[in-house]
Structures are given as C-alpha cells and as structure tokens.
Design a protein around this ligand. Structure first.
Ligand SMILES: NC(=O)c1ccc[n+]([C@@H]2O[C@H](COP(=O)([O-])OP(=O)(O)OC[C@H]3O[C@@H](n4cnc5c(N)ncnc54)[C@H](OP(=O)(O)O)[C@@H]3O)[C@@H](O)[C@H]2O)c1
Length: 296
C-alpha cells in the first residue's frame, strides 16, 4: 500500500514508452486502474495491441488505452509518432520515458549511433523535445524517466564520442549501458532546470534490480535473474514499478524537480557521481544531444 498522498489522475493523458513489458507494463497497469487515459508508445504493434487488451480489462479503467508505434532506435520513426501524438492530444499530463535496452553485443541504431546511447537517451530526448509543447500546455505536468543505479559504473562521458559505435562484448556492455543511464539522469536534471517556472516537473528513478526482459540478450543473466527473483535480492516488475508510480501520483512531489530517486534502501546516502555535480557538462550534453537528433 502506498504511504504517500495520491493525487487524482482520472482522465489525465499519460504517454508511456516501454509499456509492453516489465516495469513499464506494471506502471501502466497501476495508472490505468486509477482511470488515467494512457497512450503506449511501442515498437512492436502486436505486443502493443495485446497490452492494450490486457490493460483495458483492468478494474477501474475509464478509457481503453491507445497506442502509437515508434522505434526509439530510429529518429524518423519517433518524428512520425510524435506527429501522431500531437495531432491526437492537445495536452499531455504525464510523459513516462521508461523504455530501455541493455545490449550485450555491439550495435547501432538506424541513424548509426551506439545502440544503448541511441535507444536509451537520444530517442527519448527527441520524443520529449517534440512533445514538450503539449506537456507544457498541461500547466502542471510531470515527466518521469526510468534511469538506474547502473549509472555509477558508467564509461567516461566524452560529449564528442558518447554516441559513436564502440566494439564490446557482454562484460564490456556494462559501462556503456551505465553511461546511457547516466545520460538519463543528466538529461532529467538539465531539462528540469530549463523547464523551471513552466509548471512541469522532471524526475528520474532507479527501480532496483528487476527480473524483467532487460537481460533477455544473455541466457546466463536471464537464468540467474529468474533464480534470484525468488529471493529478496531481485524484484518483480510490479515491485520495480513502485517508485515510478509514486513519481506520477505522489501529491507531495508536485514541485519536486530534477531529482534522482533510488529504490534501493541505503543507496540514497551514496554521494552523487562527479558528472552530476558539473552543471556546465549537463548543459553541453543537452545541446550536443539536440544537435545529434536534429532538434532545434
Ligand atoms: N530490469 C532492471 O533490473 C532495471 C534496473 C534499472 C533500470 N532499468 C530500466 O528500466 C526500464 C525498463 O526496463 P525493463 O527492465 O522493464 O525491461 P524490459 O522488460 O526489457 O522492457 C523494456 C521495454 O522497452 C521497450 N523497448 C526497448 N527498446 C525499444 C525501442 N527501440 N523502441 C521502443 N521501445 C523499446 C520494450 O519493448 P518490447 O516489448 O517490444 O521489447 C519493452 O516494452 C529501462 O529503461 C531499463 O534501463 C531496469
């Protein structure tokens, strides 16, 4: 049971990425049950349809969820989806940038960027940029980003090269994934600063270690996560979703912005990594990301 005062969200438009699986699906379920009008941004239309059917059957649903197809690893696909979303909805009350991947082998997006930087950061950056007018139109909107404590193991952040393809194997994937999650946090902090005074808050969170589809690229890790999910070490997707749901619902967080919330007790006492203390770096990252996705 939540231990915070919940604000009503019935009828509010919530756009969420990555709701066809794992943590995102559980956040979507909880919000649909409270009567929110959901729009799922999904890359797989069959999964999107199945998820809409599943969520529409939840108790408390007022409006059946809708979906828009977009591959966050393809900028043109994001542009089309954003055009569809802005045509459909004059106002977006909450944007949940949750979709993400951990790729255990090297890869690139359709636009030639390193696949985790592209999918986890540049894609959501462009989507947010294109939907921002509708979000600001809400007057009191929230943007929530699913980041990770894995940002602490990030590879060095060089603004000239962070999106360049890089060869790596399974072990070498960790710092690249971690860097993409650091980008989520720096984006959250900088966007919050830029949106100060608009009524829009931006926060991010780590869901903890969750047995989801994230490690599906590794049979070893999938088996380990499945076994560990029977222990208190690893959470179910529903447990992993709790902090994200709170960031949408908690009435007392109405003016909190630019924060990283961790779900793992004790970790909030760890000092912030040095990149998070560098305001100039955050600003330059934001401008560089805008340049890479062609956002003006
Ligand atoms: N699991 C963990 O332990 C953990 C820990 C910290 C942070 N996180 C973060 O939590 C978020 C959700 O991950 P999860 O654990 O729930 O993983 P998941 O079960 O694999 O779900 C990921 C979701 O993102 C979608 N997605 C992936 N690539 C996409 C793309 N190119 N375009 C559009 N959608 C795409 C997936 O779509 P499909 O259904 O089509 O695959 C799926 O809906 C991620 O940002 C992840 O980094 C997870």
């Amino acid at each position: 049971m939540p231990t915070y005062p919940e604000r009503p969200i019935s009828g509010q438009r919530i756009v969420i990425t990555g709701a066809t699986n794992g943590i995102g699906k559980e956040m979507a379920r909880a919000l649909a049950r409270r009567g929110a009008a959901l729009t799922l941004v999904a890359r797989n239309e069959t999964k999107a349809r199945d998820t809409v059917t599943e969520l529409a059957a939840e108790p408390g649903v007022v409006t059946a969820p809708e979906y828009v197809v977009a591959d966050l690893a393809e900028l043109s696909s994001i542009r089309s989806a954003a055009a569809e979303i802005t045509a459909r909805y004059p106002v977006i009350d909450t944007l949940l940038n949750n979709a993400g991947i951990h790729s255990f082998s090297a890869g690139v997006t359709a636009d030639g960027y390193e696949v985790m930087a592209g999918t986890n950061h540049l894609g959501p950056f462009l989507l947010t940029h294109l939907l921002l007018d509708r979000v600001i139109a809400s007057g009191t909107a929230r943007i929530v980003v699913t980041a990770s404590e894995a940002h602490r193991s990030a590879a060095r952040l060089d603004l000239d090269t962070f999106a360049d393809p890089v060869p790596h194997g399974a072990i070498g994937s960790e710092p690249i994934y971690g860097r993409s999650k650091l980008l989520n946090i720096l984006f959250t902090e900088e966007l919050a600063r830029r949106l100060d005074g608009t009524g829009v808050t931006v926060n991010c969170f780590c869901p903890g270690i969750v047995a989801s589809g994230l490690v599906r690229g590794s049979r070893l890790l999938t088996g380990t996560a499945r076994a560990a999910s029977r222990t208190p070490l690893v959470r179910t997707p529903r447990q992993g979703a709790e902090m994200g749901i709170r960031l949408v619902l908690d009435e007392s967080l109405g003016t909190t912005s630019g924060e990283f919330f961790t779900s793992t007790p004790g970790l909030r006492f760890l000092p912030a990594v040095s990149a998070r203390r560098d305001g100039a770096l955050r600003q330059r990252l934001f401008d560089r990301s805008a340049e890479l996705v062609g956002a003006h």
